[in-house]
Design a protein around this ligand. Structure first.
Ligand SMILES: Nc1ncnc2c1ncn2[C@@H]1O[C@H](COP(=O)(O)OP(=O)(O)O)[C@@H](O)[C@H]1O
Ligand SMILES: [Mg+2]
Length: 221
């Protein structure tokens, strides 16, 4: 199903490449594959530092670390063992410095782009990504053309993974205005305070209206 494909970050990224949706450079690692020193060399060759180490098939940022060896206390070995605690398949990914954006796609259309900003400006960059207090802006403060471009990419990513009714597509935007797709969430949070309802309210759709739309789309599949 689309869910299983989207939950596999590696397959998702292969699909993004296929559909020309930019995604951070990456390579896969299997438990027991290579020694830490070899991983370090591969990171330098293929993705560079800082690098993100994450399980292939987890959510909610568990087992995810941002590794930057120039900065004290950041250890590749620890990042690898943390990620391998959650999966036998993990990835090393290019770190995209910049802004965090997400786009909900529902019924083949993209809702306005949401920006997710840590309240303190604190991302625990050198240690481990930790969920802090965040603020959400919708529509995100972006030039119209860029916002439309990212919305189009979200729809393409959603379709590429065979998603049907709705999904939420995560991006990082660098300082050059290039958006990189990280993943598609096929079961995004759907409480009144979640991101999808926030994006829906930006186009005048209240929570009940959103749920009705989802039910209607699901019944018409
Ligand atoms: N390549 C990356 N560059 C910058 N930040 C990243 C990268 N990968 C992950 N992150 C940060 O970690 C968060 C969780 O990563 P993600 O790939 O979406 O996994 P999860 O399934 O845990 O949500 C992202 O929302 C982002 O803040
Ligand atoms: Mg995510």
């Amino acid at each position: 199903t689309s869910s299983a494909m989207a939950m596999d970050k590696n397959i998702s990224k292969i699909m993004f490449n296929h559909y020309a949706i930019p995604t951070p450079k990456w390579f896969m690692l299997k438990k027991g594959d290579m020694a830490e020193q070899q991983v370090d060399e591969n990171i330098k060759l293929q993705v560079g530092y800082p690098a993100v180490i994450k399980p292939n098939d987890e959510g909610s940022t568990v087992g995810l670390s941002i590794v930057q060896p120039d900065v004290e206390d950041v250890q590749l070995g620890k990042a690898l063992s943390d990620a391998f605690e959650y999966s036998d398949n993990i990835m090393a990914e290019e770190y995209i410095e910049g802004r965090e954006l997400t786009v909900a796609v529902i019924g083949g259309e993209a809702l306005p782009v949401v920006e997710i900003k840590p309240k303190s400006g604190f991302y625990d960059y050198v240690h481990k990504y930790t969920k802090g207090f965040t603020e959400y802006f919708c529509p995100a403060d972006l030039p119209d053309k860029l916002a439309e471009h990212i919305q189009k990419q979200a729809i393409t990513a959603h379709n590429a993974l065979g998603c049907e009714v709705y999904s939420r597509v995560d991006f990082r935007l660098n300082s050059k205005g290039e958006a990189f797709c990280l993943e598609v969430n096929t079961l995004p949070g759907m409480t009144e305070l979640s991101l999808v309802p926030k994006a829906a309210s930006a186009v005048g759709m209240d929570f009940t209206g959103l749920l009705n739309r989802i039910i209607e789309l699901s019944l018409n599949k």
